[in-house]
Design a protein around this ligand. Structure first.
Ligand code: WTA
Length: 679
């Protein structure tokens, strides 16, 4: 594994970074683990403005599942995210809105942001939204969605953002589960130039739900009144309604001096639904003080945030990445943050590169899926763009793999930017493991080292030392061991707690305990396994449920996939295990080719040899099936669950669960047909 010495390669970037060098990181990291209260006390003063200071820094334990941070402290989210920056730099840009159509792009200053959030808050107040109410937000990644999110905490409400591409069934389940009486949406959205019926989808979701009090509808696309219905006494046309609260409007004086709510540090800030390996999506709750603090600290550290930066995260607001690293972290840090409403290939495959040069982005943060997608077009689309404003490029969501890492580093980062592979999850609230500019020696494919307060431990399952994987079915308290040595793999857990850890699952604390805290008392179970190399750097192997055991040899699916994508004609790959009489599990490869006009038999053989060569003969795949696309969630995750069903010869699509939330539900039929032909 090649590593890059940051001192030589990144000299210009190592000057003036938040952390000066590796020694400073080591010293602070040690303090954050050994004397966490001293560490977090200092950072809480540095990053946040408190209405009422706290006397307790943290309390509770992971074993008991009652962790709290700054529990008697009070803070005001609006003040931290907006007001203090507005006072300092009212006319600087707070939000850059890169709308679906690049022609619709606009910027919003701190002053404008403060005015809009206040107006939205007065609207919510007028409608009767109270502290602790859940407000559902179903919108595209747009300034209005950010206003709505911030207006919630302004009045003490909890937002529940639902990804704008989810179906009405998905919305209904979430609205019912969270008993959310208020919904903020758009009339329609634009996605790749096409109109998406947002309000009509909400209507289908909430038909018959009598407890819904108000549906606020922002006119994202003008003159579309005939596309949906407005129910009197419930639905409100948001833009003219907001105007009524401005000067000269009907409600001009109503709550004109409404002050943002001072929140207890442990008050919920938002809930966010996420899928586990089993069961229905669950609402994870994040609280105010600890979450905001760790969001801001990790953002500053990992992205080397400086005054005047223009930071761009390409995620959707509907995911945790959007919550933490588009909205809360940049706003707490007073950083200009970009809202990207489109896709990397709309209206042209050069869209990402246009956005970077147009706004002079200093940081660019996206997913390996997106990198692999743009990679398929080669470097030609990049030739007219300098990308010279970039200092840090980031990756999140899945293991990036060596090939995509190299391409991203070389062609986007021009071999000069720090590439931060950021490992974290909805549950952690903020990045847990990542390289840090000015500090870490980068290593291809490695998320590298833990951030402050994160104490990763690889566990060996003592019940079955031959099989380090956790049997998720059996939630019994098992014997387990911390793996002390390097060059080892194990179950990735975090020992002890940190400020932004999710506190519970809405309405189901038992499920929270059973999923994350009870399997290994005192440790948070990430659900991933990892390899710690000889230098102590972490390589995330993938979800535990995605690890294959072939003839008693363990392979991470991502490890196998990474190997296959080294073949120049592969775009995307998914590997799943299929039951096998002799080997226990056999490797089944689904592969999307760049150029489909090739000799299939020859290509399959090349892939087989590649796996044998890069990993081992034991990694010889049982089957390789070439397909046009792989079933993916809206956040770009390959749905291995479906592929696993198909390889066990279950061809009944109706038994695969709700496919409406997939990006490309049609892919499933083709895959079933191709697999059927094999047997
Ligand atoms: C995976 C996304 C490898 C991991 C922020 C985790 C990663 C799950 C990385 C959480 C990374 C996320 N390298 N794997 N840099 N980042 N993952 O909740 O399996 O959507 O458990 O949060 O994504 O996904 P989630």
């Amino acid at each position: 594994m090649t590593s890059f010495d940051c001192k030589n390669k990144f000299k210009p970037l190592t000057e003036g970074t938040y952390l000066k060098n590796a020694e400073e990181y080591k010293r602070l990291y040690k303090q954050s683990i050994e004397d966490p209260n001293a560490f977090w006390y200092e950072k809480a003063q540095e990053f946040l403005t408190w209405d009422k200071s706290f006397t307790t820094i943290s309390s509770g334990t992971l074993k008991q599942g009652n962790v709290k941070y700054f529990e008697d402290g009070y803070l005001n989210v609006y003040q931290n995210c907006v007001l203090r920056h507005k006072e300092k730099k009212p006319n600087d840009v707070a939000l850059i809105y890169e709308a679906d159509d690049p022609e619709d792009a606009r910027t919003i200053t701190w002053l404008e942001l403060s005015e809009q959030v206040q107006l939205y808050a007065r609207v919510l107040k007028h409608l009767g939204v109270k502290k602790g109410d859940v407000v559902t937000i179903y919108m595209s990644t747009s300034p209005e969605a950010v206003y709505a999110m911030l207006a919630c905490s302004y009045v003490g409400a909890i937002h529940s953002v639902i990804f704008g591409g989810f179906s009405s069934e998905a919305i209904k389940a979430r609205v019912l589960d969270s008993k959310s009486r208020f919904i903020v949406t758009q009339n329609l959205a634009r996605r790749r130039g096409k109109l998406v019926p947002m309000k009509a989808t909400v209507d289908r979701a909430i038909g018959g739900l009598d407890f819904i009090r108000s549906v606020l509808v922002d006119e994202r696309v003008s003159n579309m009144k005939d596309q949906f219905e407005m129910k009197s006494n419930r639905d409100i046309d948001l833009k003219p309604f907001v105007s009524e609260f401005q000067k000269g409007g009907k409600y001009e004086n109503e709550n004109a001096d409404l002050q943002a709510m001072s929140m207890n540090a442990e008050d919920p800030l938002f809930l966010l639904y996420t899928s586990g390996s089993t069961g229905k999506p669950k609402a994870l709750i994040h609280t105010t003080g600890g979450y905001l603090l760790n969001a801001a600290l990790t953002h500053k550290t990992v992205f080397d945030i400086r005054e005047g930066d223009r930071y761009g995260c390409m995620a959707d607001l509907g995911w945790i990445t959007g919550h933490t690293y588009i909205v809360y972290a940049p706003l707490v840090n007073g950083t200009t943050t970009l809202l990207f409403e489109s896709t990397p290939d709309y209206p042209r495959i050069t869209r990402y590169w246009e956005v970077i040069d147009k706004w002079g982005l200093t940081q660019f943060y996206t997913s390996p899926t997106a990198v692999r997608f743009v990679m398929t077009y080669g470097t030609e689309p990049l030739k007219d763009f300098s990308l010279k404003s970039l200092r840090v490029i980031g990756s999140v969501g899945e293991p990036i793999g060596v090939e995509a890492w190299n391409w991203y580093f070389k062609n986007v980062g021009k071999s000069k930017c720090y590439l931060v592979d950021t490992y974290w999850m909805t549950e952690s609230g903020a990045i847990m493991i990542s390289a840090i500019p000015g500090v870490t020696t980068l290593k291809r494919g490695s998320a590298t080292l833990p951030l402050f307060g994160i104490n990763p431990q690889l566990l060996l399952n003592g019940d079955n030392p031959q099989n380090q994987e956790l049997n998720l079915e059996k939630k019994s308290k098992k014997q387990f061991l911390e793996i002390a040595e390097n060059s080892q793999s194990g179950i990735l857990t975090i020992k002890g707690h940190w400020p932004s850890i999710t506190r519970t699952i809405l309405g189901n604390h038992k499920r929270y305990l059973d999923t994350y805290l009870n399997p290994y008392p005192g440790y948070f179970l990430t659900g991933d396994s990892a390899y710690r190399d000889m230098d102590g750097l972490y390589f995330i192997k993938g979800r535990i449920d995605d690890v294959l055991n072939v003839s008693a040899h363990r392979f991470g699916t991502s490890e196998l996939e990474s190997a296959i994508t080294l073949h120049p004609n592969t775009v995307e790959v998914a590997v799943v295990g299929m039951p096998h009489k002799i080997k226990g599990e056999a490797i089944f490869v689904f592969c999307v080719l760049k150029d489909k006009r090739v000799d299939e038999k020859k290509t399959k053989n090349e892939l087989k040899v590649l796996l044998q060569k890069t990993i081992s003969k034991v990694a010889t795949p049982e089957h390789i099936v070439l397909v046009d696309s792989l079933p993916k969630t809206r956040s770009g995750k390959i749905m291995r669950r479906i592929l696993k069903k198909i390889v066990t010869k279950n061809y009944e699509i109706s038994t695969y669960g709700d496919l409406s939330t997939l990006l490309n539900p049609d892919s499933v039929k083709q895959i079933v047909q191709n697999v059927k032909k094999l047997f």
